[in-house]
Ligand binder design. Structure first.
Ligand code: HPA
Length: 267
């Protein structure tokens, strides 16, 4: 018999609290590819727990995607759970594995979550590689949904307007955009990118939307931030590769880390 994923997240949350030696946390952050180097700037590391020590987690399959949960104390004395890496739908472990981290931090009592990712920019006219962009809304083209059954969750404001305004108090230059998710792991074709521009997308990636849905199911407030790591396929004439995504993350680590640290301390 398979274990109920919500119960499994409850067990993981209990194990996480025990390993961290803490009973409450103020915020969680999911560090997507390219964001792991930024984690060092968020605060002082209190504990670092390999995800494989917690029920229901598996080591991530992708190089550069971490696989640890850090407990961090911020300069203002807040406690953040920093998830270094995530599971993706394309890894083939199913949608429950993709959202297990979000369900775990929700079960641990977190009320606010920051979801970060690397994304291709669909609007090179206005976007620069290395820019962080606030996610204003999403288009879920993964073909999946973490919720099964008759739970009709409102998605009118998945990405909290209040949290976006707070992020812009920290950095008024932050643009907003609509994030589109494909399942991956292939990058998109130029024809798909033309379609997504027509559909109103601004950013393209392979993560975040399922986690954001699971977070809203658990009534968490969500802030989404994409790091533009490349112009999307066909927009620059260059082929795409994962190494370039990680390199942009390394190059922008300090800026992204400081941004997250300041946002977290204002929550
Ligand atoms: N497409 C999909 N996912 C991505 C991209 C992209 O261009 N860049 C970083 N993650």
């Amino acid at each position: 018999m398979s274990i109920d994923p919500y119960n499994l997240a409850g067990e993981a949350a209990a194990a996480l609290k025990a390993a961290a030696g803490l009973d409450t946390f103020d915020v969680a952050l999911v560090m997507g590819s390219g964001w792991v180097p930024a984690a060092d700037a968020i605060g002082q590391v209190v504990a670092e727990i390999p995800v494989t020590d917690l029920p229901g987690f598996q080591a991530p399959a992708v190089a550069g995607h971490g696989g640890k949960i850090r407990v961090v104390r911020t300069p203002a004395g807040r406690h953040a759970l920093v998830l270094l890496g995530r599971s993706h739908l394309y890894e083939g472990r199913g949608v429950d594995a993709v959202v297990h981290g979000v369900r775990t931090v929700a079960a641990a009592g977190v009320r606010t979550i920051v979801l970060t990712n690397a994304a291709g920019g669909l609007r090179p006219e206005t976007q620069q590689v290395g820019d962080p962009v606030l996610i204003s809304d999403h288009i879920n083209l993964t073909g999946a949904n973490p919720i099964t059954g008759t739970t009709f969750i409102d998605l009118t404001e998945v990405y909290s307007r209040r949290l976006r305004e707070l992020a812009r108090e920290v950095d008024p230059s932050l643009a907003e955009g609509v994030y589109v998710a494909f399942r991956g792991p292939t990058y998109e074709t130029p024809a798909e990118i033309r379609m997504l521009r027509t559909l109103g997308g601004d950013l393209i990636g392979m993560s975040t939307v399922l986690e954001a849905i699971a977070a809203r199911e658990a009534s968490l407030d969500v802030l989404g931030v994409s790091l533009v790591t490349n112009p999307a396929a066909g927009l620059s004439g260059e082929p795409l590769n994962h190494e370039e995504v990680l390199e942009v993350g390394r190059a922008t680590a300090t800026r992204m880390g400081v941004l997250l640290a300041k946002v977290v301390d204002r929550l």
